[in-house]
Design a protein around this ligand. Sequence first.
Ligand SMILES: Nc1ncnc2c1ncn2[C@@H]1O[C@H](COP(=O)(O)OP(=O)(O)O)[C@@H](O)[C@H]1O
Ligand SMILES: Nc1ccn([C@@H]2O[C@H](COP(=O)(O)O)[C@@H](O)[C@H]2O)c(=O)n1
Length: 276
Amino acid sequence: MNVYMFDGHSEGRSKAEGWLDQGIMAFPLLNARYEGPLGGLDKVPRPFLIGVAGGTASGKSTVCDKIMEQLKKSGLEHHRHVTIISQDSFYRDLTAEEHERAKKGEHNFDHPDSFDVELMRRTLVDIKAGKVMELPMYDYIAHKRTTKTTVIHCADVVLFEGILVFYFPEIRDLFNMRLFVDTDPDTRLSRRVLRDVEERGRSLEQILHQYMTLVKPAFEEFCLPTKKYADVIIPRGADNIVAVDLIVQHIQELMRPNRPGRRQRNNSDSIVGRPH
Ligand SMILES: Nc1ncnc2c1ncn2[C@@H]1O[C@H](COP(=O)(O)OP(=O)(O)O)[C@@H](O)[C@H]1O
Ligand SMILES: Nc1ccn([C@@H]2O[C@H](COP(=O)(O)O)[C@@H](O)[C@H]2O)c(=O)n1
């Protein structure tokens, strides 16, 4: 079985392609023995779908990578697989006019209308149903999904990361666990500048213009308010080893075979704490 590890470092291309460039890695994950679609109180959904939200460059992808790494280290291997999907794969196609604006950093990629929500929903529903899926890849230089796709199949844990994964109720409600990566805005901006210059072919002027006029206001209006939907808020992102460890332990516990009282996620469940 294959698992796609995404690193987000591919030059100007999609995160998915970056993961693929590193090789499709077998990633045996958990030794649990639950099978098939869930419904009973003693079953954990398979795949177990985890939403990972947070502002741009907050470290969402890095946290997802850490979670995968920790699960791997845990040694609970054998026939369990984890997949990371980026919400960026679901940016909708731009018109010619929008594309011209995007080239100047004037298209609002941080607004909910920028996403093909129905494609996102259908894809996640199909993944939850255990179907083999082809995901569109995203090119940050061309500002469009490419004809290349990533095939996802047989995942036991799926991490779905993106700035607005909790914004749309029909997407939000699909998650079995919700994480919000909460990183200081100055840190995020400096990381974004470096990343967008190095990997997304942007000039400093364009990055700052886009950030101040579109990214920052949209973060405050659309992304930040979704923090309240998180089960766990992770301050400082992947640097927060304690939070990542606790989350991984919780996933392992949920998936432990024959766990007493194992049951499906309830919206009032909490791992560490809920936001006020
Ligand atoms: N804890 C960290 N310390 C230093 N750099 C980091 C850290 N987390 C992420 N980065 C860097 O910041 C950039 C954005 O991180 P990423 O995980 O891709 O964020 P997001 O997925 O939220 O956009 C990347 O270049 C990444 O290497
Ligand atoms: N063509 C595009 C598409 C997206 N963006 C920016 O990417 C950010 C989301 O990705 P993160 O990895 O940072 O979460 C979002 O803030 C968009 O502004 C872009 O610049 N160009």
